[in-house]
Design a protein around this ligand. Structure first.
Ligand code: GLA
Length: 748
């Protein structure tokens, strides 16, 4: 049993394999948070009721004569609400019909059952291997009930949380905030790790010490954003990849999100996570309920690497519901090869060359529909542009299938161009402010996905596209952030609901299409990785990681992404050089090594490569196919931080059954008289013996290394202890960005 209730002490105990989460009801019925961290033994109930100085704060215990002096301002709470004496960041801000803000929730009852909970209209983790606790709390003055939901995945080490608020009164209530969860860490000092960025430079790792203030990681862009990924980590200051206490907080949400972290005057740390409270106001009519997004919590005492492994496994096995996956299919996309300038023959030529080298999926990107010769027109008109594709999609798809390839296509359902038939017919379907000229982004407007009619229209469009054509893959893009957030279909008191209703509409559309076409692989995208989050991953098993395809810049983008999200989800392609985003030239071999830390594909015209490059591509594809299982399902180890190293960056995959491991090394800065590249493996069995099966060097060996050292390494045997503790030294590599892949196998 991973969830127990001790009625004597009113304590809830939630246990995963190696962590414990405890809550307790206080004598008045408030739900206090006692502990989340390394596993406690059975029966380790304890009573935490700090008689701490309550400073200048009010004290509802004293007024009710229940206990000595203890303010809500110092109590760790599971779901605090504003304006009742707790001045820290809060989970709920509720107003009654008179405009009075204030709520206080008291325990009513609870249930424990096997299996997960579901959330109306929102993605949530599934999987039978969990238990769910539902604690029913109520504020009888407001007539507001809150169901706090916890699912405990004992083996996978994840606890999910969400809240459902239900108005049982006969007057409307207004929610100015309804967070998914509050997590109080009464003791300890913590570092905050967050993943910030910008378009074409997403998820940059940043680690800072928390101080006595409030830190906020959030987005008001209508999407989880390139700028502040919703995933955050709190870890002890000494924590490393391999050691130390770490807490992960991963919202399963793709819209405006917010995580506030406050260190209060008692040194206690509070984290509140959920929908961003700014630009949010939910009108809760009598009988209505509001469901918050889910958040995935994870604790480990074994460092950041272990935290990542847990999230990777969890997302793959309990969150991604799609059974379609790119698996070892290698993809080619025409975007950087042609942009908008293509016709059927050009696409076919790219596909034909790719097929001859082992590529199995041809993806036709933007520009195939409506009047779409640039990014200024045509969005919304989801019918084929027959000037470019004579005879429609069918002849092209037939020719691609004739090559033995599958066919994929790009769509951007949530957007509309002003120059489009759709906008001319339905100008009120776009988010625009009455009386103002709309603010354009990439020359397009955002459709009002909070409207049922818009979602139904798009459902029909794409159901038709997928039923009338044999399409095996969809790239779902979203290329601007929201402004002018106003729905022409909602009354004034519901305008604060638009951003969240928008995301509910997006989820509804994706849910319909992915359930109707389960065999189709959907890849998410938002100007690259502007909506790379667990909400999207619940429906789409992979997401285009960044519009930046420069292999060296990708190192830090993919490094940051790897902390929370599995490698199988990271869309990554080999593109042409000089790179279109940075102008840099990186050897083809190294571009391949970097793209293999993801779904692997190409985004260039292979017809333009030299014969030597073509044979390299053939080899890369063969290599990827042989490694793909290991890459997609193995444990991923980061060897160092690309932002901190001036020499080389490395990462490693270890097979789930431990039978093999693949090391990847990229020299990011070639020095004169280079130092030896010495590296230590991770995640091996120290007692087992491993044999080096293959060494691929991409780049040149120093002239002094005349005997190909790589070949010398092949066949050598080492124990796991030698490889992990003493490490190996690579032959000296030089030139522009050389790299290496080394495959080892465990001997029986
Ligand atoms: C976005 C995507 C690109 C490409 C273009 C097409 O920027 O991230 O990969 O699909 O749109 O317009």
């Amino acid at each position: 049993m991973s969830i127990q209730f001790d009625p004597k002490n009113s304590v809830f105990n939630l246990h995963t394999k190696d962590s414990s989460y405890q809550m307790q009801l206080d004598p008045l019925g408030h739900l206090l948070h006692l502990y989340y961290g390394r596993k406690l033994g059975d029966g380790s109930n304890f009573h935490l009721f700090p008689a701490a100085d309550h400073g200048f704060s009010p004290d509802y215990y004293a007024t009710q004569n229940e206990r000595g002096v203890c303010s809500p301002d110092v109590l760790p709470q599971e779901y605090p609400a504003a304006n009742r004496g707790d001045f820290r960041v809060t989970a709920a801000r509720v107003n009654n019909a008179q405009g009075a803000c204030g709520a206080e929730f008291f325990y009513k009852t609870h249930t424990i059952q096997d299996g997960p909970y579901t959330l109306e209209g929102l993605p949530a983790a599934f999987g039978p291997d969990c238990q769910t606790l539902c604690i029913l709390m109520q504020d009888s003055v407001l007539g507001l009930e809150v169901r706090l939901l916890y699912s405990v995945y004992e083996e996978l080490g994840i606890i999910t949380r969400a809240a459902v608020l239900c108005n049982l009164s006969d007057a409307a209530l207004t929610l100015d905030q309804a967070a998914s969860a509050c997590l109080d860490l009464p003791f300890g000092e913590w570092d905050l790790i967050q993943f910030h960025g910008r378009h074409a430079m997403e998820r940059q790792f940043e680690r800072t010490r928390l101080g006595s203030d409030i830190r906020r990681v959030g987005s008001l862009r209508g999407a989880s954003s390139h700028h502040h990924n919703p995933f955050v980590i709190l870890c002890e200051p000494e924590a490393t990849e391999d050691w130390g206490s770490c807490y992960g907080v991963m919202p399963v949400y793709s819209g405006n999100h917010c995580t506030d972290i406050e260190v209060d005057y008692n040194g206690s740390t509070r984290l509140v996570t959920g929908i961003h409270p700014d630009n949010f106001r939910w009108h809760l009519a009598p009988g209505e309920q509001f469901t918050t997004p889910q958040v995935l919590l994870c604790y480990t005492h074994e460092g950041l690497g272990d935290l990542s492994h847990r999230y990777h496994r969890f997302i793959r096995s309990a969150l991604c519901r799609s059974t379609a996956s790119q698996s070892s299919r290698v993809l080619i996309n025409n975007w950087e090869a042609t942009y908008f300038n293509f016709d059927q023959d050009k696409i076919y030529d790219i596909a034909q060359k790719a097929a001859s080298l082992g590529v199995e999926l041809m993806v036709l990107d933007d520009g195939w529909f409506g009047k779409r010769d640039s990014d200024t027109t045509g969005l919304g008109d989801w019918y084929v542009n027959t000037d470019k594709l004579k005879g429609g999609l069918a002849p092209l798809i037939d020719r691609i299938h004739g090559l033995g390839m599958q066919f994929g296509i790009w769509i951007e359902p949530e957007m509309v161009s002003i120059d489009s038939d759709l906008y001319r017919a339905h100008p009120d379907w776009a988010l625009t402010l009455p009386g103002r000229d709309p603010i354009m982004g990439r020359s397009q407007l955002v459709l009002d996905m909070s409207r049922e009619d818009v979602v139904d229209y798009l459902t029909d469009c794409f159901t038709r596209l997928l039923s009338e054509n044999q399409i095996e893959y969809i790239k779902w893009d979203m290329n601007r952030n929201m402004a002018d957030v106003y729905s022409h279909a909602l009354p004034p008191e519901r305008q604060g609901e638009v951003s969240h209703r928008y995301i509910l509409g997006v989820y509804k559309l994706i849910d319909r299409l992915t359930s109707r076409f389960p065999q189709v692989l959907f890849e998410g995208c938002a100007g690259g990785g502007g909506r790379f989050d667990a909400g999207m991953l619940a429906y789409m098993p992979q997401i285009w990681c960044s519009d930046n395809t420069d292999a060296i810049e990708r190192l830090s983008i993919q490094y940051g992404t790897s902390f929370g999200y599995p490698i199988s989800a990271v869309g990554s392609h080999v593109s042409a050089c000089p790179n279109h985003q940075t102008g840099r030239t990186v050897p083809l071999g190294t571009r391949g090594v970097v793209a293999m830390a993801g779904t692997f594909g190409y985004e260039l015209d292979l017809n333009k490569l030299t014969r030597k490059e073509i044979s390299q591509v053939r080899m890369q594809i063969a290599r990827y196919k042989s490694y793909s299982e290991l890459i997609r399902t193995g444990d991923y180890y980061r060897l160092n931080d690309p932002a901190q190293t001036r020499f080389w960056h490395g990462w490693e995959f270890v097979a789930a059954d431990g039978s093999q491991a693949l090391m990847n090394l990229v020299v990011v800065h070639t020095q004169g008289n280079p130092r030896p590249l010495h590296f230590q493996w991770k995640g091996l069995d120290p007692k087992a013996t491993y044999k080096i099966l293959r060494v691929d060097l991409q780049g040149q060996l120093l002239a002094s290394v005349t005997d190909p050292a790589a070949r010398r390494m092949v066949g050598l045997k080492y124990t796991g202890a030698q490889l992990m503790y003493a490490g190996l030294t690579m032959p000296q590599l030089y030139g522009d960005y050389p790299s290496a892949q080394i495959l080892i196998r465990k001997m029986r």
